[in-house]
Design a protein around this ligand. Structure first.
Ligand SMILES: *Cc1c(COP(=O)(O)O)cnc(C)c1O
Ligand SMILES: [Zn+2]
Length: 451
């Protein structure tokens, strides 16, 4: 009875148009059992009471003692209607700020009043991942999961660990032996997750966690999980909300495993289909130069969605080449240090839907941009600042105009990765380094330094 109700409103569907098989949301799958491609959540919109206008969601602000109305994810529940309210999980995620920032606008050569920073560091675990976890853990509760796992460059493990203990699920997180920011590692341990550090990089962890989840029946919380991406759509709804229910001209987002960019493309596609927005914003996805698979495949190899018939040979050849070279990605933006992004195909679809562009930026550009966001905004972690560095490129190229309305997604909190920040300032690495000044223990000398 209940399960038939879910399948009625939402189902899981293979993104490969040559397969397109459909599965009930009562199942825990993560990949199409028939062809191995990614899965999407599809809705029976005719049966879902979606408001006629987006601004009707604003009414829920008046009812913030209902946890589902307070949640920046579930406030938009009709747009991710895959489970009943009694399974829905929230710990107050999505209380984020869309900050108009004219000083950062000046840094990237944009006109005042046109640049907005969507600060996702305000989430309970300090990154946007919590939006996805609220949705994915709701699905986990709905299917009766008892234990869960994820591979992580850091923020996923922090978020999973927090939601797992809130829901009473046993939790194991896999991290690589390479770089993991200390803020993130500390959270997973503090929130009580079992942490397994694998000798290998993120891509190795990702492979192992999928095998482990299949073997032991653990609930997988990486962005392969299509329910997670449903939660991440709400970041776009909140940007639109922050702009008085109007869509911006551009969204700029860092690209790691490409879950966010995929979710944003789906969000805008659905809003357009539902007649809730006029025009779909363009999407700019920013890689780090040391982990630039998407940038390379899209700009050099001209890989595209191609109506769902993605040229897999190009991808396979590129990955074989990475393997032959024993390539490991390398960037100070550890959250996007990923060479084999699991959501690549969905991201290509998002680029198609949003007329998207891809760029790569150096670590130096990332660190300078991060310092600017720190000095004039609310601060962010390195991966988040790739958006500002990428926007600067796109302005210089004239791809984005100075008077277009742009929203950059600042994905994580500045305290996630204090080492990068301290190194930048102390070692005077960049244009905006602000190192501590040494002083003798003497009042006159100290006063001289301040005057
Ligand atoms: C996970 C993460 C990213 C990468 O997002 P994807 O959806 O994997 O592309 C970027 N920034 C931060 C802070 C993250 O935690
Ligand atoms: Zn399939």
């Amino acid at each position: 009875m209940h399960s038939s109700k879910y399948t009625d409103l939402a189902l899981q569907k293979c993104i490969n148009p040559e397969c397109g098989r459909e599965f009930s949301c009562a199942r825990t799958l993560f990949k199409c059992p028939a062809c191995g491609d990614l899965l999407d959540i599809w809705y029976n919109w005719d049966k879902i009471p979606v408001p006629d206008k987006l601004n009707e969601f604003a009414k829920r602000w008046a009812n913030r003692n209902n946890p589902l109305d307070l949640s920046g994810v579930w406030r938009f529940r009709e747009l991710l209607n895959f489970c009943q309210d009694r399974y829905k999980v929230t710990i107050g995620e999505g209380q984020t700020i869309l900050q108009q920032n004219d000083t950062v606008a000046e840094y990237v050569d944009m006109q005042p009043g046109r640049l907005y920073l969507q600060y996702e560091g305000l989430n309970p675990s300090g990154s946007f991942k919590d939006n996805g976890m609220a949705a994915a853990f709701s699905h986990a509760m709905m299917v009766g999961a008892k234990s869960c796992a994820c591979a992580s460059t850091g923020n996923t493990s922090a978020s999973v660990a927090l939601y797992a203990h809130s829901c009473g699920l046993k939790c194991t997180v896999f991290i690589g032996s390479g770089r993991i920011a200390f803020g993130k590692l500390s959270q997973g341990m503090d929130y009580g997750a079992q942490t397994i550090q694998i000798r290998g990089d993120f891509d190795d962890c990702m492979r192992q966690v999928q095998a482990v989840c299949t073997k032991l029946g653990l609930y997988l919380l990486n962005s392969l999980n299509p329910f997670r991406l449903e939660g991440q759509k709400t970041i776009m709804y909140r940007i639109i909300e922050g702009l008085g229910w109007q869509a911006p001209d551009w969204i700029v987002v860092p690209g790691g495993n490409l879950g966010n960019s995929s979710a944003f493309g789906k969000a805008f596609y659905e809003l357009k289909e539902l007649g809730l927005i006029g025009q779909i914003p363009r999407l700019a996805i920013i890689n780090a130069a040391g982990a630039d698979t998407l940038n390379h495949l899209v700009n050099s190899k001209k890989l595209s969605w191609n109506g769902g018939r993605v040229n897999q040979t190009i991808i396979d050849q590129y990955y074989a080449d990475l393997t032959a070279r024993s390539f490991s990605p390398h960037t100070c933006a550890s959250a996007i240090e990923i060479a084999r992004p699991v959501n690549l195909k969905k991201c290509l679809r998002a680029i198609d839907v949003c007329n998207g562009v891809v760029r790569a930026v150096t670590d130096e550009e990332i660190c300078d941009a991060k310092a600017i966001v720190g000095r004039y905004g609310l601060g962010c972690e390195p991966a988040s600042a790739a958006t500002i560095a990428g926007l600067k490129h796109l302005r210089a190229e004239g791809v984005i105009e100075a008077d277009e309305r742009v929203a950059c997604v600042l994905t994580g909190h500045p305290l996630k990765d204090p080492n990068v920040t301290v190194d930048y300032h102390k070692q005077k690495q960049g244009q905006f380094s602000n190192p501590p000044v040494e002083a003798p223990n003497d009042l006159d000398e100290i006063i001289k330094l301040i005057e």
